[in-house]
Ligand binder design. Sequence first.
Ligand SMILES: [Zn+2]
Ligand SMILES: [Zn+2]
Length: 312
Amino acid sequence: MDFSAWNTPTTWVTFAAWFCVSYVYLAIGITGGYHRLLTHKSYKVPNWLRYFIVSGGYFALMGAPISWVAVHRLHHQKSDQPGDPHSPRDGFEHALYKWMFDMEKRQSVEEIRKQVPDLLEDKVLCMLGTDHSAKQAQLCLWVNIVARVIILLAFGPVAFTANLIASVLVFWSPQFVNTFCHLPSWGYRNYEVRDDSRNVPWVGLMAMGEGWHNNHHAFPKSARHGIRWFEFDATWMMISFFEKIGLATDVIRPTPTLSPEEIAAAKAAKAARAVKEAVVAPVSAATAESAELVNVPTEAVEAVKEKELVEI
Ligand SMILES: [Zn+2]
Ligand SMILES: [Zn+2]
């Protein structure tokens, strides 16, 4: 096959345009749709826009929205504890992709119903599946195959290839959030929450702001995940734009009692004090559970704990 005919400026512009539009639409579908809109109800939009955004996640092979949301709400309730669907504490490959194959056994239909009573009222979402069965995954796969065949026939192989590459990258981005953003060896933390969540910059960029995952676990309902000036959050930019033009309402923002900088300064001051006093106190069984919190001022810990208890 002669690919030299592909190497023209027009082809590359077509490729770049299809790649960018596909990537943004599919990724926002997951981050702005499945995650911040359906799971956490971080903002509201009119129904036509809600379905348009959520469709992006379906075309990124995320499966039935109800199934996805049930898993993610469970993740927040049990994060890095027994029962978390995809904690890296149960293995890297498990967190990356293996968890998907046994969700049907680990979260029953009854448990899903308890997790997502709000979404079960939405008949359109119910049509796409209300459980973790292979049937709903196959439906999603077939819809995606048909969509790609239409792109190939209607727009040609360049558009098809660009869309396919974008789809593969977007498909893996939430899996990278589940894995790398819960591995203690990656990234950094702004907030000392009870789980292993981390902010990982390259995942933050790849997953349209979802890689600032420690911020997200500190303020699960917030529509904004990037908090510090350099934490670029493309999904938040979109939500904030929708809010400015009146399309998004009830947008929830993080309301930290202490900023990450204040918490860091308090930790540094406390550590310096401890060195000066040279007092080494044994960590008791009672404090071992929250060992990560020992250097944080009580008021900061209480503030974060309070945020952790916010309804997902
Ligand atoms: Zn998480
Ligand atoms: Zn979440």
